[in-house]
Design a protein around this ligand. Structure first.
Ligand SMILES: Nc1nc2c(c(=O)[nH]1)N[C@H]1C(S)=C(S)[C@@H](COP(=O)(O)OP(=O)(O)OC[C@H]3O[C@@H](n4cnc5c(=O)[nH]c(N)nc54)[C@H](O)[C@@H]3O)O[C@H]1N2
Ligand SMILES: Nc1nc2c(c(=O)[nH]1)N[C@H]1C(S)=C(S)[C@@H](COP(=O)(O)OP(=O)(O)OC[C@H]3O[C@@H](n4cnc5c(=O)[nH]c(N)nc54)[C@H](O)[C@@H]3O)O[C@H]1N2
Ligand SMILES: [Mo]
Length: 761
């Protein structure tokens, strides 16, 4: 048998019956309420609630089922009938639960009561809300404001997020790191640097007009499945899709539309990618330089022959700076270095360049495959270069499309969750709330971790998320996390972060997105901003999982009211009673973005906030879009060599970040386990391993810290030599906190230098 016969792979299309089976099995696994499927029908439609999963936009003309496998799983997981009540702690200690998997922890069900940690018994116990708020306030007031951090994961709506950021500033700091610090911070910083916009430039209509999509390190089949519908339509009208990804992602190969009765009955697949380039991890800088080199060569040939130019000279002259320098670097780049850096041939890159040049309108799509590298912001600069060569930005059917993660991760940034003071209209806050906002920058996630390790961070408040499991250097964090004076987690389900309580520790359970949010003036709506900067209202209608839950906004206001001195301009109770008052404040703070916020809340498809770069307005200091010149032909922060691999931390189709729904990653062909190490068959042979060997990964960085993860089964896989892959979040113990993008400090989770040792055959 040839070693290729051993290679694990999936040939399942995205969507299709597999996605319905996926939804059905999660419905059982989550013990979802029998009426949960009715709730799914109201999802992502005006008057309904907005998906609590990813940030992919909702079309204006929605279909009967405007949800995907991913969203359905997230909702069913939230609408479980399982409950994690205070009695659970009669049977379990916090230390005892540390051996549980992420899946088992969340599987205990929805949290029902506010809880306080009792160190003597090593358990959480029920506590009244008022006591919890007062105790938290006492602890925070005993600290210097700079030693407390207010983290948020991108779930909470705009209203709660605005108040959360206001609370931190009234308390006295800008310590407002967010999950995007581990995710698209490279976009917020890198894209802003080159086009003056921290977010993508396209809107829904552009998807309908593009002639070609170039995918760099984004996986729609798993992470934003509703994207597959406009891609299917694009393929129908003859558009091309070109993909760059070290791993074959089935969603980028083929799709059977689960919403089309015909496709489902006949199994008719839409082929997604016309070209699939399996580049090496971190190979994008070289790959894009190669495509640009072909384009420039074609342009020079056209010039020589007196033909129409290939590059958009008028756009480059009027709108950009730095082109000449970039041109010189493209000319200087040698093909052999481009091939070595990308792992792709010159011929393959020519094929991509030809498709790029043949298309009138091109959209560049990207995700974590570009952002999570030590030179992630260079990746993004180069993708923008490629688009700018032919004026593919700020015109219909063209632009740059970073696909965001959490449903409101982008919106939280828009309304003030920002650790950088100059991103926030502090004058407006001063005027509205009659105080002096802090002017010093706060900490991002990397700086928070450094602060925890140094002992300068003494309290963490977490609005959602599972920070301890999502951050780099997880083992080092576990120790230091418990040394804090205070940890507060606002959560829906039990997770690993709860098992490392600070000296004073609280779990505050909140309502889910699909649940009725009843306040003094009646049921409330909240709002979110998607990847296309569209703002949509969301109204939950389900009965809350427990009568003791509060909304995220009410919890934030409850802490704030106990924490802060009275201020006649700051009306926590009134705002909690009526969220439309908070929307008025958001509009007053950001009048350009949120004009007539309350009136426009339920516009189909949401209302557009408006992005400068979409109109070719470049809000950079230079007032132009900037070409980036790379220093090296790689986005890796280390030199790979024999025995030294680049580890890519990946997502399964059966997880949402640290929430592990189950163990069926059908798109990667991995079933029943997450403890795998995917390797190229030649690498397996060279290393002297065999399929099925159990190995450990050791981070190959000489900084005196021993980072290792064992128990991984060697699995032959279609992955480039030199690149290996294993699942996130398990691999977070291997990611050094210092291993991050230079500009934005986003951890380099897609290229961690590792060695591999055999544990047993
Ligand atoms: N089901 C599900 N949906 C999710 C999530 C989830 O965990 N599960 N998470 C949500 C969140 S918060 C986010 S941010 C998004 C994440 O969504 P994505 O941005 O799609 O994130 P990943 O799957 O981590 O990585 C994307 C792709 O990058 C590829 N890649 C890795 N290294 C490289 C490289 O060097 N170059 C290139 N070109 N590609 C590379 C990987 O193989 C992978 O296919 O999804 C959101 N939606
Ligand atoms: N190695 C590696 N590390 C990574 C990544 C990677 O690709 N590789 N990806 C990074 C990325 S892109 C991200 S975004 C981060 C994610 O980091 P986080 O956002 O911190 O983590 P999540 O897993 O999304 O958080 C899950 C928890 O959120 C809570 N929750 C769920 N719904 C709600 C809600 O509606 N309200 C509230 N208050 N809580 C809720 C539940 O208690 C659940 O346990 O991880 C990052 N870490
Ligand atoms: Mo993310």
């Amino acid at each position: 048998m040839s070693k290729d016969d051993d290679v694990v792979q999936s040939n399942k299309p995205a969507g299709g019956w597999g996605s319905l089976k996926g939804i059905a099995s999660i419905s059982v696994e989550a013990s979802a309420s029998p009426t949960a499927l009715d709730t799914l029908r109201r999802m992502n439609k005006p008057g309904g609630f907005m998906c609590n999963s990813c940030a992919w936009p909702k079309p204006k003309n929605y279909s009967a089922f405007e949800f995907c496998e991913n969203g359905a799983k997230a909702v069913l997981w939230e609408l479980t009938t399982d409950r994690c009540t205070p009695e659970f702690w009669d049977r379990h200690t916090v230390h005892g639960l540390r051996s549980w998997t992420d899946h088992e922890l969340e599987k205990t069900g929805r949290l029902t009561h506010p809880l306080r940690y009792n160190a003597e018994h090593d358990r959480y116990e029920a506590v009244g809300w008022a006591d919890a708020f007062n105790d938290i306030a006492t602890e925070l007031n005993a600290l210097e404001p700079e030693s407390a951090v207010f983290y948020s994961s991108g779930h909470a709506g705009l209203e709660a997020s605005y108040l959360y950021a206001l609370m931190a500033r009234l308390y006295g700091n800008n310590n407002l790191p967010q999950s995007s610090n581990m995710c698209h911070e490279t976009t917020s910083v890198g894209l802003k640097k080159v086009i003056g916009s921290p977010v993508g430039t396209i809107v829904w209509e552009d998807l309908e007009e593009a002639d070609a999509f170039f995918f760099f390190g984004q996986n729609p089949g798993t992470n934003s499945p509703r994207f597959l519908h406009p891609l299917k339509d694009a393929k129908k009208r003859g558009a091309s899709i070109v993909t760059f990804n070290p791993i074959i992602e089935q969603g980028l190969v083929a799709f059977v539309d689960p919403q089309s009765a015909r496709d489902m009955a006949t199994g008719r697949e839409t082929k997604i990618s016309d070209q699939y380039h399996q580049l090496s991890s971190g190979g994008d800088v070289a790959a894009i330089m190669g495509i640009c080199k072909h384009v420039i060569e074609a342009d020079q040939a056209a010039q020589r022959n007196g033909e129409e130019r290939i590059i958009d000279v008028a756009f480059i002259e009027k709108h950009t700076q730095g082109f000449d320098r970039f041109l010189a670097s493209v000319e200087a780049a040698a093909w052999e270095d481009i091939e070595a850096g990308s792992g792709l041939t010159r011929v393959a890159l020519k094929e991509a360049a030809d498709t790029y040049m043949a298309a009138e309108r091109v959209i560049g799509v990207y995700g974590m495959g570009l952002t999570q590298h030590t030179h992630g912001s260079v990746n993004i600069g180069l993708l923008v270069n490629l688009l700018m060569l032919r004026g593919n930005i700020g015109r219909p059917g063209a632009g740059v499309c970073p696909v965001r993660g959490h449903s409101n991760v982008q919106g939280q940034r828009t309304v003030g969750i920002a650790e950088k003071a100059d991103l926030v209209p502090m004058d407006k806050l001063r005027e509205l709330f009659d105080f002096d906002p802090p002017t010093e920058d706060g900490v991002n996630i990397v700086e928070m971790v450094e602060g925890l390790l140094a002992g300068t961070v003494k309290a963490s408040i977490c609005l959602g998320g599972n920070l301890l499991r999502a951050v780099p250097d997880q083992h080092r964090m576990e120790d230091t996390w418990t040394r804090q004076n205070l940890t507060v987690m606002i959560s829906t389900k039990l997770n690993r972060s709860h098992l490392y309580p600070g000296k004073n520790a609280y779990i505050l359970p909140c309502l889910g997105r699909a649940e009725v949010d009843e306040q003094a003036t009646g049921p409330q709506a909240i709002s979110t901003e998607d990847s296309f900067s569209m703002i949509s209202g969301s109204t939950g209608r389900r009965s809350p999982a427990s009568e003791h839950l509060k909304s995220e906004l009410a919890i934030v206001a409850g802490i704030a009211k106990a924490l802060l001195p009275p201020n006649p301009k700051v009306k926590w109770d009134e705002w909690t009673a009526d969220y439309s008052q908070v929307r008025d404040l958001i509009e007053q703070t950001y009048p350009d973005d949120f004009r007539d916020f309350n009136q426009r809340l339920f516009e189909p498809g949401g209302f557009y906030r408006g992005i400068g770069a979409h109109e070719r307005i470049w809000n950079t200091p230079e007032k132009h879009a900037l070409f980036t010149t790379p220093e090296k032909l790689t986005s890796l922060g280390f030199d790979p060599g024999p025995g030294r691999y680049s580890l890519l931390t990946m997502r399964s189709n059966d997880q949402f970040n640290t929430t592990v729904y189950g163990y069926s990653d059908r798109f990667h062909g991995i079933e029943g386990t997450r403890d795998v190490l995917l390797m190229h068959p030649d690498d397996i042979e060279r290393a002297g391993f065999e399929k099925g060997d159990v190995v450990q990964l050791i981070t190959d960085l000489d900084d005196g810290v021993d980072r290792r993860l064992g128990g991984l089964v060697v699995t032959p896989y279609r992955i480039p030599p030199g690149t290996v892959a294993s699942y996130y979040p398990e691999c977070n113990v291997l990611v050094p906190v210092t291993h991050h993008d230079e500009l934005s400090k986003t951890p380099g989770s897609k290229s961690v230098p590792v060695r591999i040792e055999r544990e047993r055959a």
